[in-house]
Each structure stands twice: as C-alpha cells, then as structure tokens.
Design a protein around this ligand. Structure first.
Ligand code: PLP
Length: 388
C-alpha cells in the first residue's frame, strides 16, 4: 500500500491526489487544451481514454478524481455550470415520470424545473421542507422517478434529513439527488447517507474564488443506467467546461478544507453574535440551537454548519435595503462560497414570484477576519436602529 492510499482525503485533495505530472514531474498538472486526440496507423486511439474533449479531457480528470474522493463517489464528472449539471439529471427522465423537489430551493433551478416539467410532460410536486412527512406524502408509488433535494436549502437554510429522504425515495423506486453546493463535502457527504447523485455548483465553494463557472455530478453507482444516460447527455449535449476552467477548479479545490472551515467558523460566530441584535427579527443558520433544522444538521453535518446565513431585519424590505446600503466590508453581489463576503437582498434578485421574505438578507460569509465582518454588520444594523 502506498503512502497516498493511507492519507486522509483532505490531505490527498491538497496535493491534487498526489499525482505529479508523469511526463515532466510537474507538481501541478498541465492544462490539456487539445480538443482532439491522435490515432495510430491502425486508426486506434493512442490513449483510449481520450478521443474528443466534448466526451472527456485529461484536465477535467484531476478535479473529477478529487471530487470523487471528497464525496466517496464511484464516479464524478464536471459540467459547464451548476445549472448544466442539475438540468442533465432531469433531462434523462421520460415524459410521464413524476419528480419531487422542495418549494424553496435555488430559485434559478426551481423556475427552470417548473417550465421544463410542463414542456417535457413530467409531473412535478413541490413540497414544503419545513413540514414533517411532506416529502413522504408527495411521493407516488411506481411513478416518482426522482426526488431532488437541497440541504441546507437556499436561502432559508432548512435542513433536510438526507438519510430519511433516501429511505422514502427508495421505497417507491425513486432516485435521490442532492444539491450539496451549500454544504460542500467538508460538511456533508450525501452518497454515504444513501443518496444516489450529488450535484455541485462548482462555481461556489468548490472553486472558492468567484472566477470559474462550473458544475459537477457525482454518483454512487457508475454502472447504473441513469449514470450512463447522464454521461451521454453531457457528451452529446456538450455541457462541459473549458480546460482552463477545469484547471482553475482543481487549484481552488486544493484549499477547500481550510477555506470552508474558516468561513464556517466566521458564520457561526456571526450568527451567534447577531441573533439578539434589536434590529434583527431572526437569524437563519443551522448551527444555532434554536434553528428548526439544528438537530438534523448536528447529525448530518461535520466540521461546522456552513458559511451561509440569512438575517431577517425588522421593518421589511425598506429596512433590509437600508442595512445593505450601509455595509462597507460585505460586497453587494449575488453568488456564494467565495473567499470574499457577499450580501444579497434575495427578494430583489428573485422578483415578484419569490417566496422569500422581503426583509431577508443572505450573507455568504468569507474568510476575512471575523472582527471586520462583525463590526461592519453591527454598524449597519446600529445605523438602522438610530434612524428609527
Ligand atoms: N445550486 C445552488 C444552491 C446555487 O446557489 C446555484 C447558483 O447560485 C446553482 C445551483 C447554479 O449554479 P451555476 O450558477 O454554477 O449554474
């Protein structure tokens, strides 16, 4: 057994799977920009793993092997974006199949899913993740093919019990797919809890530097028909990243654990410090003991509770927007999981159809010094209190 086999996954990921470039000894892998691959005089591929980059590219493979190790997956594949990865899972369903998903989830996917199900002839049930047994009640024996969940759920951070969801989904013959973008493999490994597919917007914490658009899927059974269909959907649909994006992603993933743990510590400390501020109606964070999902999160999340939290401000949308306007350290921008802290008024982004309370501010907590983040939020909330 080599030394690398006994290393912890987090150490192997730091070293890009302990795999120096075979040709040059380079500690970092090269970027393989080629779209096509040569054949010998008998027209056989010189390297049978690579023929054309829409199917597979060597530079994808470093990031894919890192993600497969992190998720304890049989296989993992990169996509051009989180949406490209997520939509591939739905595109392999057949008209007439029934799909179940939470009513509150990443809004871009929810909007796409509602329209896609109508056009594609899929039956869709959206369930309220905060109501016990709502998922079980939404399932249809022999018709539900896919249960899609997200945990924690963006942006209210409801926690869905993945093991229980896998159990009920499998009882009716459905697969369970989990959008684990927010939890990251640092906090949760859905496949080990019984899920069949894990999806990531690698644009977020996996890359961590707000400079790559990418997505990924990982699976428990690489031989299964659904995974083979997904691979065809990726190759034929062409929803793959460029080699440079894949290379940047493997570089970002090397620091995943230190980034995510620091951001998660900052988020926990901010949630605790702000929970009783007079300008705050409530803090939504699964790490807080009064959060409805805290007990499940304590079982299903390790190394903390993630970098995402929401503040509900007294005084509705106007007060929330005033707080946002006072912030000096948090950057007003959408997205999440980067090293820099971002703030977002979700209702403004999602528009009138949004189910999100209009006093909710979503924070993507980064890895800055905690004191700078706390001071920024406290001065903005105090300014609001002073104006009342
Ligand atoms: N899932 C979650 C939880 C997200 O937050 C996002 C993007 O914000 C996506 C999926 C979609 O990912 P991408 O923007 O990489 O397509």
């Amino acid at each position: 057994m080599s030394e690398s086999d006994t290393m912890h996954v987090e150490s192997r990921v730091v070293q890009g799977m302990h795999a120096p470039d075979e040709r040059t000894g380079g500690v970092m892998p090269p970027i393989q920009a080629s779209t096509t691959y040569a054949r010998d005089e008998h027209y056989a591929l010189i390297n049978s793993a690579h023929s054309y980059t829409r199917d597979q590219n060597p530079t994808y493979e470093t990031a894919e092997s890192m993600l497969a190790a992190l998720e304890a997956a049989a296989d993992a594949r990169l996509f051009a974006s989180g949406m490209a990865a997520a939509t591939a899972v739905f595109r392999v369903l057949n008209p007439g199949d029934h799909v179940v998903a939470p009513a509150v989830m990443y809004w871009g996917l929810r909007e796409w899913l509602v329209e896609f199900c109508e056009r594609w002839g899929l039956a869709l049930t959206l369930f309220d993740a905060s109501v016990p047994n709502a998922l079980r009640d939404a399932l249809r024996e022999d018709q539900t093919r896919l249960v899609w969940i997200e945990s924690p759920t963006n942006p209210t951070w409801d926690v869905i019990d993945i093991a229980a969801a896998a159990d009920v989904a499998h009882q009716v013959g459905a697969l369970l797919a989990v959008d684990s973008t927010v939890a990251t493999p640092v906090h949760t490994q859905p496949l080990t809890l019984g899920a069949d597919i894990v999806m990531h917007s690698a644009t977020k914490a996996l890359n961590g530097h707000s400079d790559v658009l990418a997505g990924a899927l990982a699976c428990r059974d690489a031989e299964s028909q659904y995974w083979q269909h997904i691979l065809r959907e990726r190759g034929e649909g062409g929803a793959v990243p460029g080699p440079f994006e894949a290379w940047l992603l493997q570089r970002g993933m090397r620091t995943l654990f230190v980034r995510v743990q620091r951001a998660s510590d900052n988020a926990m400390r901010l949630a605790t410090a702000l929970n009783h501020h007079p300008a705050i109606e409530g803090v939504d964070y699964p790490g807080l003991p009064d959060h409805p999902g805290h007990a499940i999160a304590s079982r299903q999340m390790q190394n903390g509770f993630g970098n995402m939290l929401s503040l509900r401000v007294h005084g509705g949308a106007e007060a929330a927007l005033r707080v946002v306007g006072e912030l000096q350290v948090f950057i007003r921008a959408t997205s999440l999981g980067g090293v820099e802290s971002l703030v977002e008024h979700r209702a403004s982004i999602e528009g009138p159809s949004s189910p999100i309370p209009d006093n909710l501010l979503r924070l993507s907590v980064g890895i800055e010094r905690f004191e700078d983040l706390l001071q920024d939020l406290v001065q903005a909330l105090d300014a609001l209190e002073g104006q009342r």
